[in-house]
Design a protein around this ligand. Structure first.
Ligand code: FAD
Length: 189
């Protein structure tokens, strides 16, 4: 279900090449380190797949019952499990990416999924929709429950989207501003 974006990267810089080589045990410490590093240097490239994660009721952001900051404000508690669909999408993307790299002449390939250090696209939790029981804002960004509150950011996305989100966020900001302008006289009714 849904899909993903493939993002090709330029080759890695020196330190990244060495760190990657160490992690994948292609480069040893000690004797042979320089020779192995030279072998990989300027010969690594890669792809990232940005998969569209679907909304699921068991994935939640709630207030932590115990953990608080120095002002006593509860910390957010994130509960998340990868869905079968997302796992299938990741597996599918790895097969496609491996095909592309091998067709381009790659002699070795490595895959990591999901990436360990990521989570850069924080989307959802106040999603847009026409039904107040399943969404937070209506189809033009106004909160269902609070008539003079508009939310205009990544939280109103309905899925994680299978791409980099900033252009869509900007388009939504323009769209919601336009909707507000058209409704000025009855905006908070
Ligand atoms: C490392 C990294 C790389 C990325 N690369 C890309 C990329 O290449 N392409 C792409 O499209 N997207 C990229 N993204 C994602 C993109 O930057 C975000 O999805 C986007 O900025 C989210 O916009 P936003 O308006 O929803 O939230 P944000 O830009 O996070 O804005 C939220 C704002 O609210 C403020 N705020 C928070 N709490 C309060 C409060 N209580 N009171 C007042 N203000 C508050 C914050 O200070 C912040 O200014 C990347 C993100 C990261 C972290």
């Amino acid at each position: 279900m849904r899909g993903y974006l493939l993002e090709s990267h330029r080759g890695a810089a020196t330190v990244e090449t060495v760190m990657t080589g160490l992690e994948w045990e292609e480069i040893p410490w000690g004797p042979g380190h320089h020779a192995a590093a030279r072998k990989l240097h300027k010969r690594i490239t890669g792809f990232v797949a940005v998969c569209e994660d679907m909304p699921e009721l068991h994935n939640t952001v709630t207030l932590d019952p115990d953990l608080k900051d120095s002002n006593g404000i509860p910390a957010p508690k994130i509960s998340y499990t990868l869905s079968e669909n997302s796992i299938k999408m990741m597996d599918h993307s790895i097969v496609r990416i491996t095909e592309i790299l091998e067709a381009a002449g790659a002699t070795q390939t490595h895959a990591v999924a999901p990436i360990e250090y990521g989570g850069w696209h924080w989307l959802g939790t106040a999603r847009m929709g026409t039904d107040p029981t399943t969404s937070v804002v209506n189809e033009w960004g106004r909160a269902h429950d609070v008539k003079n509150l508009f939310i205009v950011d990544g939280s109103i996305f309905v899925t994680s989207s299978g791409l980099n989100p900033t252009s869509t966020l900007q388009a939504m900001a323009l769209y919601i501003a336009d909707q507000m302008k058209q409704r000025l006289e009855t905006l908070f009714d």
